[in-house]
Ligand binder design. Structure first.
Ligand SMILES: [Mn+2]
Length: 199
């Protein structure tokens, strides 16, 4: 079936690991008018955190057919007995111009543009204890920017601190957020997704 997209995306990732390897991992895959995206953060930093982040990403990508809250519960079960981690991920439907997403733990997703919104996160650590995750939905329009970042970046920055955000491209946004707002005590990773008009 042909899909007529209402919107399209541009995206970029910037990483600033504390050690030689990153304990965070961002991903984005586009398939048949659907974009599956997210950030995971393995507990701690360094090689062990990096390994957990890889396990989380592999699991998410191989189970991406599941509904989002089911997928989070399945990821939680998959991490039992490990160091644990936190994650936020979602889907953008290019035909309906909507984003659905779910997050657990100390990690962030913000929407800037026609609306300014902070994703509500379910408290907990995946693999240990989490409350029942709930997904959220946002309508998207061209010009909106989704920013996902790990807790190595301060979550308090706002448009006052970065007034050019709505006009910068995805790569500039991801790099600026990591450079200006990283805390220097943990891995810092940002995924910026800019919503653009469908061609
Ligand atoms: Mn972290």
């Amino acid at each position: 079936m042909a899909i007529t997209p209402k919107i399209n995306i541009e995206y970029a990732v910037t990483e600033k690991p504390l050690e030689s390897v990153n304990g965070d991992q961002a991903f984005l895959r586009q398939h048949d008018g659907s974009v599956f995206f997210g950030i995971v953060d393995g507990a701690g930093h360094g090689r062990d955190a990096h390994e957990i982040a890889n396990i989380m990403c592999d699991f998410l990508n191989s189970h991406s057919h599941l509904e989002l809250t089911e997928l989070m519960q399945a990821l939680h079960a998959h991490l039992k007995g490990s160091r644990g981690g936190v994650a936020i991920f979602g889907r953008i439907d290019l035909a309906t111009a909507t984003a659905s997403y779910v997050g657990v733990g100390n990690i962030e997703m913000r929407v800037f543009g026609s609306q300014t919104k902070r994703c509500v996160l379910t408290p907990g650590v995946l693999g240990y204890n989490i409350r029942t995750p709930k997904h959220q939905v946002s309508d998207l329009t061209a010009g909106d920017v989704l920013v996902l970042h790990s807790d190595g970046i301060s979550s308090t920055f706002d448009l006052y601190d970065y007034p050019d955000l709505p006009w910068d491209n995805a790569q500039t946004i991801a790099t600026t957020i990591v450079d200006r707002f990283n805390k220097n005590n943990d891995d810092a990773t940002a995924l910026a997704i800019r919503i653009v008009q469908a061609q």
